[in-house]
Ligand binder design. Structure first.
Ligand code: SAH
Length: 396
C-alpha cells in the first residue's frame, strides 16, 4: 500500500483525530496512488498513524478513514460505518419519526466526503471528495442494506467537487425515478422535495428544528421570511398563527414550489401568505423606505462565505441584511438570523449582528442560540462541521 509520509511535527492534528491532512503537512507519497486510493499515513519516523483517502488535487491532500492504522478499508468497512451512522439516529427518539433526515453527515460520522439525506424511502447521496467518490458502489450497497430504502439518487454536483478535480455526477444508483413528486411531512406540514433540481439534496434539513421554533413564535405576528426557498419557515409560521407572512426569494422555481407547498396544506390560511420574487438586499431597503414593519423576521441567506477568502465580503453582506432587518422590526419584535458559512465562526457572527443592531440604533438581546439538529452532528474532533449558526434576538 502507498505511504503518505508526514513532515516532522506535522502529526499533531492527526493526534487530535482531525480527519484532514493538508498539503503543507505532507513530505512525500511513497509508492503510487490514484485519486481516492487508500494510503497508509505514517509519521516522519515511519510510525503508522492512519488510513486515508489520497486527494492529490485538493489542498486537503488526504481525508482520514480511520485513525487505526490496522483498519482495512474495504466494502465491509463502509457497511460498518454506514450502519453505525444509521443506528445512532435510530437511537434518538426525536429523530426516529422524521421522514426527512440526514443519515450521514460526512466527517462527523466518520465518512469524509459523504452526505446522505433520506426523504421517505428515497435516499440522496452527495460525494464531495475523491475517496468517497471511489467507494461509490460500496456506499450505495451499504446504505441500501442499512436502511432498506427503495431508491438512491446521487446529487454529486456540488461546487466543492471541483477542488478535488472531480466532475459533477448525478443519477439514479438504485431504483428509478418515481412518477409522483416526492413529498415529506415535517412537523405536520407537507413539503415537496425536488431531489433532482432543488438546492443541495433537495431540501434544507438542517433548519428543521428552527422551522418548528418559528411555528412556536409566530402566533399573531406579522412575519417576514427572507430567502424563503420552498417556503419551509413560511408555512410553519402560518401553522403557528402568524397574522401574515411575506416571503422573499430570487429563485422563481423555488417560489413556484413554495406556492405548490402551500396548496398541499389546505389547513393553512393561504390568504395570509404573500410571495415576492425579489432580491432581498434591495427589497429590505424598499420596504424600510415605504415604512413597512414586521413583528418576526427570518433571515436565512445562502452561504455568503464558501471559504476563508470570502469572509470580509460575506461579513459586509450579513451586516447589511441584519441592519435592515433590525430597522424593519416593530417594538418587541423578533429577529431569527442565520449564517451557514463555514468561514464565519459563531462569535464572529454574533459580533456582526451586534454591529448591525448598533448601526440600526436598536437595543436588542439574544434570547436563543440556534444550530442544526441531532442528525447533523458535529464531531468534537471536527469543529469545522459546526457551519450553521443562528441567533434569536428580541429588540426593545
Ligand atoms: N430558509 C430556507 C432555505 C434558504 S436557502 C428553508 O428553510 O428551506 C437560501 C435561499 O436564498 C435560496 O432559495 C436562494 O434562491 C435564495 N437567494 C439567494 N440570494 C438571494 C437574494 N439576493 N435575494 C433573494 N433570495 C436569494
Amino acid at each position: 500500500m502507498p505511504q503518505l509520509v508526514l513532515l516532522p511535527g506535522k502529526d499533531r492534528l492527526l493526534a487530535r483525530r482531525h480527519p484532514w491532512i493538508f498539503a503543507g503537512s505532507v513530505d512525500r507519497l511513497h509508492g503510487r496512488a490514484r485519486p481516492g486510493d487508500t494510503v497508509e499515513v505514517v509519521a516522519a519516523n515511519g510510525r503508522p498513524l492512519a488510513k486515508a483517502a489520497w486527494s492529490p488535487q485538493s489542498s486537503i491532500r488526504a481525508r482520514v478513514w480511520s485513525v487505526d492504522p490496522e483498519e482495512v478499508i474495504d466494502d465491509a468497512f463502509f457497511k460498518r460505518q454506514v450502519q453505525a451512522a444509521v443506528d445512532r439516529r435510530r437511537s434518538l427518539t426525536e429523530l426516529r419519526l422524521q421522514q426527512g433526515l440526514r443519515l450521514i453527515n460526512g466527517e462527523s460520522d466518520g465518512l469524509p466526503g459523504l452526505l446522505a439525506d433520506r426523504y421517505g424511502d428515497t435516499v440522496v447521496i452527495q460525494l464531495t471528495a475523491a475517496g468517497a467518490d471511489k467507494w461509490r458502489a460500496a456506499i450505495v450497497n451499504a446504505i441500501q442494506r442499512a436502511t432498506g430504502c427503495a431508491r438512491i439518487y446521487e446529487r454529486s454536483d456540488s461546487e466543492v467537487r471541483r477542488l478535488e478535480g472531480l466532475a459533477p455526477v448525478t443519477g439514479w444508483r438504485l431504483g428509478e425515478a418515481p412518477t409522483d413528486t416526492l413529498t415529506i411531512v415535517e412537523h405536520g406540514i407537507r413539503m415537496q422535495v425536488d431531489i433532482v433540481a432543488g438546492h443541495k439534496t433537495g431540501f434544507y434539513l438542517d433548519q428543521r428544528e428552527n422551522r418548528l421554533l418559528t411555528r412556536e413564535l409566530a402566533e399573531g405576528r406579522s412575519t417576514l421570511n427572507c430567502f424563503c426557498y420552498t417556503g419551509g419557515f413560511s408555512l410553519q409560521a402560518l401553522a403557528g398563527g402568524a397574522s401574515q407572512v411575506l416571503s422573499i426569494d430570487s429563485s422563481a422555481p423555488a417560489l413556484a414550489t413554495a406556492v405548490a407547498n402551500l396548496a398541499l396544506n389546505p389547513q393553512l390560511d393561504s390568504s395570509r401568505a404573500e410571495w415576492h420574487d425579489a432580491d432581498v438586499f434591495s427589497e429590505l431597503r424598499t420596504m424600510y423606505s415605504a415604512g413597512r414593519r414586521f413583528e418576526l423576521i427570518i433571515l436565512d441567506p445562502p452561504k455568503f462565505a464558501p471559504s476563508a477568502a470570502h469572509v470580509e465580503q460575506a461579513a459586509r453582506a450579513y451586516r447589511d441584511i441584519n441592519l435592515f432587518a433590525f430597522r424593519l422590526l416593530a417594538a418587541g419584535g423578533l429577529l431569527m438570523t442565520y449564517s451557514c458559512s463555514g468561514g464565519i465562526e459563531r462569535s464572529f457572527f454574533q459580533q456582526i449582528v451586534a454591529e448591525a443592531a448598533v448601526a440600526a440604533g436598536r437595543g436588542a438581546r439574544v434570547i436563543r442560540r440556534l444550530g442544526a439538529p441531532a442528525d447533523h452532528p458535529v464531531a468534537l474532533n471536527f469543529p469545522e462541521g459546526d457551519y450553521l449558526k443562528g441567533l434569536l434576538c428580541q429588540v426593545d
